[in-house]
Design a protein around this ligand. Sequence first.
Ligand code: PLP
Length: 427
Amino acid sequence: MPKSLSERDQLVNWHPYTQMQTAPAPIGIVRGEGALLFAEDGKEYIDAVSSWWVNIHGHAHPHIAERVAQQLRTLEHVIFAGFTHEPAVELSERLLRLLPANQAKVFYTDNGSTAVEVALKMALQYWHNQGIPKTKIIALEGSYHGDTFGAMSVSERSVFTRPFQQYLFDVEFLPVPVPGKEAEALQRLEEIAGSGEIAAFIFEPLVLGTAGMVMYEPKVLDQILALCHKHQIITIADEVMTGFGRTGKRFAMDYLTQQPDLMCFSKGLTGGTMALGVTTCALPVFNAFLSQDKTQALFHGHSYTANPIACAAALASLDLVEHPDFIRNLERISAAHLAFAGKLDGQPGIKACRQTGTILAVEFEVGETSYFHNLRDQLYHLALDHGVLLRPLGNIIYVLPPYCITAAQLEQVYAVIEQMRLLVVEQ
Ligand code: PLP
């Protein structure tokens, strides 16, 4: 008997964040279309998490597929030092038109973690090039910025970072300024900033994703950024998760009046088609690297930097982001989330419901709330059994759907969450 995709996988692959000894067999997916994934055994799944928050336009979008196919036939790759190409130039031009007005230059990498690594390196070298001894970084408690060493250093110390603790650099963590904690966060920032040693502050604007979709208000972020600017602290907005519509506007930073010095993007950038990341910066950051001394350059790059196919995928994704349907879909999903959260709030088994734009988080009332608590796997499989892909973060379930999800599919996702609530209540 020929083996299934899932069986063949188990012989050769090692999956991320997965205890390979006890994890169930992976589900073999053979096709995607819109919000749906089709499995080799004939089952269908609604991808309610946009496959790790990347497939913002759904799967196998024909417009992106066509643009990528064209690019493949024209130029698939070229070294990005000493050479350039149309997709990278056009993508940077278009991105900069959409981003906060101070963003002036685009640096390409391959994923969210490396976009963050580059931002951290830019911030640290910005001071180094000027001979100013600012070397410390501030992040928010509970943050997640990726799995490479710099990104891990500015992330919450957790099961993700434990074996590498001694190799991570020291970071000051600020309380997340959730309602009621604004004053504490601002006061702590004043204390830390006073040392004059702080090079940069990195943050997930408005929603801390991996922390469990923890949400805070634009107003307090504006105050924090104003304080950073006053103390000459470089600000880094990590929009890897929030970028491209997640929070209900194109970018979370569109809710603010302050502008960040650096921004990081990936995930939705190509609509989940190709691995691509970018770090953008304001002109003063870029200018600090200009010199007759070649050693003051940014010594960072990847073989696939600004891959033309990935840039073409991002350009096609941007066409969809700039289409009027895009905002209409964000509004439609936001309104549906809000109405469902309203129904759920206060019900037995529900500790809290949070919503910002197309992000909905439901926190279940369980005794123990560790990432590995025993209900987590039950909730995950309950959703799969009902044809919905939802990936709980401990006792928190979140919905970040592709923006093409239909009203009927959304209702199906909400119905599964209601089933989850009943399971929690029964326990
Ligand atoms: N930054 C944020 C806010 C993220 O949510 C993530 C991934 O979840 C990353 C960075 C890392 O991105 P990647 O998984 O592409 O390395």
